[in-house]
Write a protein that binds this ligand. Sequence first.
Ligand SMILES: [Zn+2]
Ligand SMILES: [Zn+2]
Length: 335
Amino acid sequence: MAAAPFSWIKPEPHGIHIVPADCWVDPSRAVDRALVTHGHADHARGGHGQTVATPETLAIMELRYATRDGATPVAYGETIRLPGGVDATYIPAGHVLGSAQILLEHAGERVIVTGDYKRRHDPTCPPFEVTPCDIFITEATFGLPVFCHPPIEDEMAKLLDRLAAHPDSCVLVGAYALGKAQRVIAELRRAGHRDPIYLHGAMEKMCRLYEEHGIDLGELRLVADHAKDDMRGSIVICPPSALNDRWSRRLPEPITAMASGWMRIRQRARQRNVELPLIISDHADWGELTRTIQEVGAQENWITHGREDALLRWCHLHQKRARALAMVGYEDEDD
Ligand SMILES: [Zn+2]
Ligand SMILES: [Zn+2]
């Protein structure tokens, strides 16, 4: 007797279980065999027996967890055969360096796990590719209609205008160390900003890793190596946690900014004492989520990792089969 459709793929609280391969996608605890979509801490954990991921994600994990045991690299577009007759193909997700959607195929059925993704241009990673499938498992971090990320060019212009208006200050931008920081730097370069950009020490290694993977970030300098006066009229990038920290006293009259999709919510900006909120996200906004569900055209959509309810309602209103998954441990560290 044939198995029930899609019985080989099981959403569990700590990850997506691929039953015949006994393998997990982005498990939130250590397992024998993990397929990892990207390097953010809520998806990539240390301690797995085998980790299958893109070479860029494996390099990020090596930097963060100082281990490379059982690393199995899979390039974009490449397919790996797992035990139990399951094929896994890694497809660009447009989220951060190395980020992938994972297409799983078994018994003629196709399931995509997106991990995190966005549809906007990002100079630091290849764009999301729409791929047909039967079940589309999508994130929903910004799954509310209020979330509409403005064009990044507008946010860069805000940042550069503020800098030009205050030549004796610096603008201190809080940005997550993996992905957001490098995207902000690359976008500043694209906007024509050629001056050195100063980094908090915690950002240095990840920026170097991006450069080693061919992402040009221009001249970067460490704050620790420079005097206060050197940094007047400059942009300084730090982790969000350093924005209101004693560390920032070494900077010349810093104007605090933060690059995050959450800056859409004024209260969040106020909580962090952010003077210049920059709405820059590496996740799909509401428009991108709904457009992607339309374009992929799966029979069924499984929604996870965020605000599932509104997207679930939207699917039902548009006659699309959908369900919300109850997964634990996925926090948007990254945005
Ligand atoms: Zn992420
Ligand atoms: Zn995530």
